[in-house]
Design a protein around this ligand. Sequence first.
Ligand SMILES: [Zn+2]
Ligand SMILES: [Zn+2]
Length: 618
Amino acid sequence: MYTVAFSVEGEDLLIATTRPEYIPACVAIGVHPDDDRFNHLIGKNARLPLFDRTVPIIANDEVDQEFGTGTMMICTYGDKADVFAVARHKLPVIKLIDGKGQMTKAAGDYQGMGIEEAREAIVSDLEKAGLLKEIENLSQEVGICWRCDTPIEVVATDQWFMRTMSLTDDVVRTAKEIQWFPDWMRSRIIDWATGLDWDWVLSRQRVFATPIPVWYCKKCGKIRIAKPEELPVDPRVTTIEDTCECGGTRWDPETDVLDTWFDSSLTCAIHAGWPEREDWRNLFPASIHPSGQDIIRTWAYYLMVRHLALFGETAYDSVLINGMVLGSDGRAMSKSKGNFVATPEAFEKYGADASRMWAATGGSTGTDIPFRWADVEYGWRFMRKLWNACRFASMRLEDYEPTPEADLELLDRWILSKLEKVIKTATEEQEYCRFMNAVDATRNFVWHIFCDHYLEAAKHRLYGEASDQASAQWTLQYAVKRMLQLLAPTMPHLTEEIYSHMYAEGESDSIHLSMWPQADEALVDEEAERAGDIIIAVIRDIRREKNRQGIPLNAELEEVSIYAVDPQEATDLTLGIEDIAATTKAENVDIHEGEGGELEVEGYAGIRFSMSSRTGDI
Ligand SMILES: [Zn+2]
Ligand SMILES: [Zn+2]
């Protein structure tokens, strides 16, 4: 920070500034009206150092009396505070820096210099003239370009704006009315809208973008906006034949182009068919606007202001805001940091579906998710499990003619009841865009209940006589289809492939044309679930014990004795005696009510069992 001597009626007035190169663009000196050190100067003029020019001293209650010397150099434009001060006090604008970042002729002897260069020259000249009173190191927040770190300068130019600030109350009201997934994202758009300092700048100084359809009269500067029937038009290519009010007939084109968000800000209406289709309102407002947290302040906000301005209503009834994918180190993926994984790499290794499943389950909706190969691989292993299970199912269903619902066996009622509950959970979670919960619930069911337990316990019936098969086959074709439908949004390719082999009616049929499954309350069967859970737990622990003893799972057991203290549990077990025997390959299974058995069944304190293999008791 440089303390520089200005002069007022021959006396020094010391002013501290971080930007001495802006002295040639100084348009006023601000002092706080309550500051007794300086308020007697209000209305007088101050002479600039190095430049033969005076500026008015004005009252400005935004001057920080504690900062620097307590006076403020107002110039066009050293920072944002200058922009406000100049606008509020209607001060003149001196254009000091051109589009190339060089000093204009307003800088006098410093014309043509870069900003840094001009600062050094001016500081050196101030020093020589004895006008530089103090230099102090000060760390200061400076806006920089996100791409190249160049400090950002405020430059005065003519731009096109959309008057958005006047819509802020409507934006806030609308943001509160519509649904946000997740809900806490709502405050982001409200904070953004209420914190804006100016309207939306629509014009950009670029070559490629939508042209601004405007011409200016060469003679008087009058603005001529293209008429609707003249659109689309690029004024840089097409001129107009009009005669201006002033008699002028020659027109200059607008060479600026539109901010690309100006096009994107109409997507909800365009998707609905506006303006060509008369029935566009059938699809408007959009039911959901899926987006990312990095573009709430652009896309979500601009959609809202544009549609509010044009149609007086919200662009969308709900917004889904996704988090960002981060590198596995938890930082934003970036080429320069080298912590990125290119999408094709993940696709090639584990496929698009496994990658998609990772994205859906990597974190709760709206949070950032670090990329993890292990999670993608987990999805890939799940896909293999599903594929193998479905291949088995399709072989067991090869000659199956779907019959009306057969009388269902206990374990079939057990799995269907659990499936209906998963459908209910997954549906609710999807409704609220909680994809992780929906997919986790489905995946856990398919993998760890359907594949690991149900299929194992139903195998003996599926391989058995036709009369044994009916219930299991009906259950299999019903359950697999619903599981595929639950997984279709997350694994669109694999589920389509399986569906096309097992369920498609004709070539044009697709799982993605089928309806999301509806939970069927009639299939919820609490008794079957209770009994089935016990039977499955016993099967699981007998198989576990075989494994522990190194007995192959398909090796026969001579005898399994199961003891249940609770009479109800003993009865439940009796219902599953054939499934237990067939699945554990036990020649003989007997169920006893009461104490007994060496081994406990996990999760059931009152149930124990003993087993003997062909090679002897354990
Ligand atoms: Zn840059
Ligand atoms: Zn004119």
